[in-house]
Ligand binder design. Sequence first.
Ligand code: G6Q
Length: 545
Amino acid sequence: MSTIPPLAQRPAWAALQAHHARIAPRHLRELFAADPARGERLACEAAGIYLDYSKNRIDDETLRLLRQLAEQSGLRARIDAMFSGEKINVTENRAVLHVALRAPRGASIRVDGHDVVPDVHAVLDAMSGFAQRVRSGAWLGHTGKRVRHVINIGIGGSDLGPVMACEALRHYSARDLSLRFVSNVDGTDFTEAVHGLDPAETLFIVASKTFTTQETMANAHSARAWALAAFGGDAAAVAKHFVAVSTNAAAVTQFGIAAANMFGFWDWVGGRYSMGSAIGLSTMLAIGPEAFRELLAGFHEMDEHFRTAPFERNLPVLMGLLAVWYADFFGAQTIAVLPYDQYLKRFPAYLQQLTMESTGKQVTLDGAPVGADTGAVYWGEPGTNGQHSFYQLIHQGTRLIPCDFIAFGRTLNPLGRHHELLLANVFAQGEALAFGKTPQELRAEGVAESLVPHRTFPGNRPSNTLLLERLTPAALGKLVALYEHSVFTQGAVWGINCFDQWGVELGKVLAKRIEPELGAAEPVLAHDSSTNALIRRWRRLRDGA
Ligand code: G6Q
């Protein structure tokens, strides 16, 4: 049982409520006018990431109280518990050690007395050897051709990280190797992914921690059938065209994949925290083992920052506490993540799983109601595209949507003044959101009175801006770890388990029950009237009746 009192009984919680009543009416214009150095003071730099958090609806007192809340929530002890391999995922009785995936050779982290770091590096070495063989052309397919196409079959945590990373790090990738991803059980996903490919040049990575996930297994079996059809049904081809990433060696072998072609990981790696594990094999094939190690080094740098920095200079702690501030005191329901870098176009989608599967919880570790709103909806699109679409609502709608802007000092693709244009836009958006445009300013510009209400920007809309030097593999690792640990901070305050996902279970169970009911003959349907009617209507559609 936890010794941390419920949220409402932590002194900082009540103090924050009283403080919120005082600060909520204050405008960012006023806060900036009162403190000309605010823009430099409320900023923090660590691990090569500059975080400007000055455009938030906070003052020094807010920050002090939020830090107190973190302390009264036992954040420090939670961090230590995670890094020391304690089984903090209590509903699954597991340690939570994605940080061990990024620990350097020679470090030591123990689970049940066993040092897991040598295991991590043994798998990384095996992955590196394999990646080198594929990338160099030494690994040959069943008919002697080299691999030109790699298809990762996996879903959720076994898909989103590699999809995001391969896109984010495309600049560093081997352009003679195409990477594709199949996740959805919708046959369209597989069919389109293999369209136009020669099976003799195609390698499948079946990525599944459990090796039992319905979608992944359905796609893996279709992939095997597709490949074997091209090789006259010769099952020996599987060994050359399929490798697996899993914790379930027995199921992998049963599928026909040789044990030597399986890259393992461990139950203490959660799916959505697994992109640095063997789940990252597709990423490593794309960018090479060296760049993959740089990615891990970036993760590790942020891990160490999170573990050791005092809360007032701790980037993930600051961002996590601000997320709590808006969710619980301003009633903000969403946070927009807006990367001003085209390579990060899948980053918001990746963050959706990381954040929402982790903080979408209603009870504490003890099973009691949290007593406050948890997990905000994270969403976003790269800038500048979003500016021509949903930003309207952020600027002039009635909801408060805190934004995280992400930008880089240098572009990987210098092209005329494109980068200056891009950066001018990200700076302008933060400024416009914070300071808005008043009716007086509009009138002074001669705007017709009837249009003044329409053209007024209220401002006082909060944002963080993250500035990094360049989108390198290490920078990506740092960014992902920053959000992972921000989520951890939020979870510690809410007292929830960020590392289970029971919420995905019920739908899976019901789908299993319904699947046999979709056969040729209609069985007796005993669902609610809506589900029964939908199943019957679908049968008519299918049968063309
Ligand atoms: C992530 C979740 C979930 C998981 C997928 C795939 O944290 O646990 O998204 O990654 O359900 O699971 P397998 O890797 O076992 O196929």
